[in-house]
Design a protein around this ligand. Sequence first.
Ligand code: SF4
Ligand code: SF4
Length: 305
Amino acid sequence: MEHPYVFNIQKFSIHDGDGIRTSIFFKGCPLSCLWCHNPESQRRPKELMVFHDRCTLCGECVKRCPAQAISLTQDKVVLDRDACTACGVCTDWCLNNAREIAGREYTVQELVKEAEKDRMFYESSGGGITLSGGEVMIQDMDFIEKLCRILHDKGYSVNIDTCGYAPYGNFKRILPFVDTFLYDIKAMDPEIHKHFMGVDNALILENLKKLNEDGASISIRIPTIDGVNADEAFMNQVIDFLRENNIRVKQVNLLPYHNTGNHKYGKLDRACDEENILKTPDKERMELFKNMFMQHGFNHTKIGG
Ligand code: SF4
Ligand code: SF4
């Protein structure tokens, strides 16, 4: 069984489903959303992040790197990402914590153990564990199924936060062990979807219909972004789709875009393309969208997670 890479385990999460939850973020995603605020989640292998603002140019990492992947200029350490094996040696030698490996392999048992540490909080709040990403549903499904089954059999609520872009067979495998799917809808027009997310949305919408037919509990999550989908026409399209297909929706979450992850792109030597294009919708507009859903019978519609 392949061990996926996890890039974050967030405790006391209150935006990823009911109650207090532990959210486990897997690395690797089939989409490439322009606004992704966790760029370290997109690629599957582990990778090195460099926090240039903490670097004092001491040169220790240059000396220690076994792959000779680092060089020093007058004002910066430069990483040759083709040469870097993400071995992590330099992170041990940097006294300023300016280097960090994103992604660590876990076994199923290690994740279960980690999740169980907060069982008291799940019990008192009606919470549980949320598997997120990146994208959970493109990981090794033997691993994910086993993890979900063990957590479910131990009595924990398991949520899956998904973009929906994966073979339906993967969803089917874990269906019996999942409490709720937190299902993203980002664009309804296939071309717009392709433009902003890198793939069209046919599979995503098809999977949503199948999950509904198979009786899954589904919450719809809509990252709401000025310049992409923060308009009434899009919200009406979503409402029509949900109604026409009789999707039983536990909750609709309208998630206003924020750009808090932009700074991470530089740490991966990547450009953040969205900086000047995308904006956060104002509160009035968010309220308007919320009311649109409520008026069409989606009584559990919320701004935020
Ligand atoms: S060891 Fe850390 S502080 Fe020193 S040059 Fe490398 S990244 Fe910068
Ligand atoms: S992670 Fe390893 S290979 Fe990459 S820069 Fe650091 S020491 Fe070199």
